[in-house]
Design a protein around this ligand. Structure first.
Ligand SMILES: [Ca+2]
Ligand SMILES: [Ca+2]
Length: 81
């Protein structure tokens, strides 16, 4: 039982790392989505080309899943703050 709980905790930690950027963290105007401007506020080095690559469904904004995928794919620098 103890082993199972430990494994579950490890999996949860891996799926939600503390450094992960989230929509709530980057969403300056609170509309629930992250625009290029909002992304660049947190990551000034990100370009429109980077943004387009991250915006996999091409709706012009980043959602939680797209942010996660961008970080896992190395498109978004991992926050160190
Ligand atoms: Ca927003
Ligand atoms: Ca999108």
């Amino acid at each position: 039982m103890k082993t199972i709980l430990t494994t579950t905790a490890a999996v949860l930690a891996l799926s939600a790392p503390a450094w992960a950027a989230s929509v709530s963290e980057l969403d300056g105007d609170g509309d629930g989505a992250v625009t290029l401007d909002e992304l660049q506020t947190a990551y000034p080095e990100s370009t429109a080309v980077d943004f387009a690559e991250m915006d996999t469904n091409a709706d012009g904004v980043l959602d939680e899943g797209e942010l996660r995928a961008a970080q896992e794919g190395g498109l978004l620098p991992q926050s160190d703050s």
